[in-house]
Design a protein around this ligand. Sequence first.
Ligand code: CMC
Length: 388
Amino acid sequence: NGFFTFDPGFMSTASCESSITFIDGDEGVLLHRGYPIEQLAVSSDYLETCYLLLNGELPTPAQKEEFTAEIKKHSAVDPSVANIIKSFKRESHPMAILCSAVAALAAVYNDEIDITDEASRKLTAYRLIGQMPTLSAMVYKHSKGEEFIAPDDSLSYAENYLNMTFGTAGKAPNVSKTIAKAMDRIFVLHADHEQNASTSTVRLSGSSGTNPFAAIAAGISTLWGPAHGGANEAVLKMLEEIGTVENIEACVARAKDKTSGFRLMGFGHRVYKNFDPRAKVMKQTCDEVLAELGLENDPLLAIAKRLEQIALEDPYFISKKLYPNVDFYSGIIMKAIGIPTEMFTVIFALGRAVGWYSHWNEMVSGPYKIGRPRQQYTGSPKRDYPNK
Ligand code: CMC
C-alpha cells in the first residue's frame, strides 16, 4: 500500500507509446498518422483510412487497389460462424451476438495465427476488416429472420455493407451515393481514437499473447457500454423519450440533478474539453443525409438541435466543459438510413475494428510486457482461521 500510483479511471496514466493517433482534447484536435480527421472524413474514404492507420502512410493508387482486393478476397464468413449466429435467439442484443461471432473467428483461424510473423498478422487484418461488414449484416439479418446475403465484390465497402443489410435474395436495395458516402464517413469517423476503454482492453488482453480475434472480442464487449460506444443507441432512445421540444428543459434539469442518476447521452468526453471534432463532421453529414431523404423537418433532429443549443448555453454544461460527442448525431443519420437503434453500436464496432487491430499490431510488433496493474488493498489485515 502506498507504493503504487493510484489513478482511478486512468485520468493521468499513459499506458503505452503509440504513433497512430494524436488527440489534443483542449483544442479539439484529432489526427490519424498526422492527418486531421476533418480532412480524412471529407477527402479520404474508409479503406484508405484503414491503410493509413495500419501502415502509417496513405497508399499509392496501386497500393490502394491491392489493399481493397485483399479486403474483398477475405470478406466471406466461415459457415461455422454463420451457424453460431443462427443459434442465437432472434431478440438477442446484436452486440452480444457480434462479440460471440468475432470470438468464434479465433477458433476458425487459431491454427494459422502466428503473432510474431508479419505476414500472418496482415492476413488477420484483412480477415477482420473484410468480415466485419459481413458479420454485422448477418447479425441484423438474423434478428429479422431473413436469409444472409453474400458479399458482392463489385460494390464499395459501405455499399456492400448496406447491400448485405438491406438487400434480399435477388434484389439489391436502392442505395444513393449520398447514403453510401454517409455510411462510409461514419466508418471513417469511428476508425480510431487512441487509448479509449475498448482499445485499452484489446491491448491489455493482447498483452498476454492471446489470439487477436479473442482480444478484439474483448474490445467489442467493452464498447457495448453506454458510457462508450453504447451511447449512440442511448442518445436515440433519449431523444425518442423526450418526444417533443417542450420536454427538453425537463430532460436537461434531470441531467443536472446528481440524484437522478441520469446523464445527457451524447454529451461529454474524457479527453475533449472544448469540442469533439468528429461531432462537427457528423452534424454536417446529418444535415446532408436528411436533406437528401427529404427529412429536414424530422422531429428527432429538431429535438437534437434544440437540446444541443440549450445545453451549450447552460452554466452547468459550460462549467463542466460538456459538449456533444461523436455519438450525438450519428444515431440520427443511422435512423434516417433505416438502421434499427440496437444496431448502432455494431456499426461503431465495424468502423473501430481497424483501430483495435492497429493498436494490437503496434504492440506485438515491438517489445511489450503483459499488462498487470497493481491495486491499493482496502481489505482485512492478516488474521487466523478460527479453530473449529
Ligand atoms: N450529463 C450530465 N453530466 C455529466 C455528463 C453528462 N453527459 N457527463 C459528465 N457529467 C458531469 C459528471 O456528473 C461530473 O460532474 P461532477 O464533477 O459534479 O461530479 C462531471 O461532469 C465529470 O464527469 P465524469 O464522469 O467524471 O467524466 P469522465 O471523463 O469520467 O466521463 C463520459 C466521460 C463520456 C463517460 C461522460 O461524459 C458521460 O457519461 N457521457 C454520457 C455518455 C456518452 O455520451 N458517452 C460517449 C462518449 S464519446 C464516444 C466513445 O468514446 O465511445
